[in-house]
Design a protein around this ligand. Sequence first.
Ligand SMILES: [Ca+2]
Length: 254
Amino acid sequence: MRICFWIGLWLIATLAFAQEPVVRPQIVARKPHDPEAFTQGLLIEGALWLESTGLRGESTLREVDRESGEVLRKVDLPEETFGEGLALLDGKLYQLSWQEGICRVWDRESFKLIAEYKYPGEGWGLTTDGKKLYMSDGTAVIRVMDPETFKELRRFRVLSEKGPVPYLNELEWVEGEIWANVFQSKWIVRFRPSDGKVLGFIDLRALPLVMDYSQTQDVLNGIARDPATGGIWVTGKLWKAVYQIEWPVAANGK
Ligand SMILES: [Ca+2]
């Protein structure tokens, strides 16, 4: 519990008094989500969610109908694997694992395993700019990875006016920015992929997402941008819904 205490203190210090723009969204749409999906990676392709789920013995790669939440196709990962971030690039799905140090590469169409790459340290979130992969590991560091080799090309720290922003989790590329869930919080941080400068925060604390919290539900995790509409969708680990969120202006006027 000690780590939760310190994360809580850090959240109050860094997020609640952010110097950067803060927006407080509203929910504008809601779709069903498998309450047994421990969401670790989420993205949109047309009418589908592509999703990576975690927990040892329960981790999957899945293709889900966005309207109904029905799981259309699923690959179960090895028993010892804890699935993490997911990105789609050039017809391939890249799927991280938490502490195993393996990135699996799947053919998007066949869901067949194409390759496995080793990497040092932990894997949390993953996204892409269409050329390279961007990977979080629970710290403030983002590693930029070569999709051909999964070797590190460079790295940067995500820095706000208050200092580094650690606990970066699921990622999403949003119009030239990267957005990240901040683990154990209801905040999303927006930052610049060239140098990690924080551009703003999205504060989800006031949303009635709490209705969905229960003994079995876990933290917010999962951001997906609909390439067709620009809509932003969020969910959490073991949540029974995915929400589309929108906001008019920065809540702190910046
Ligand atoms: Ca995502």
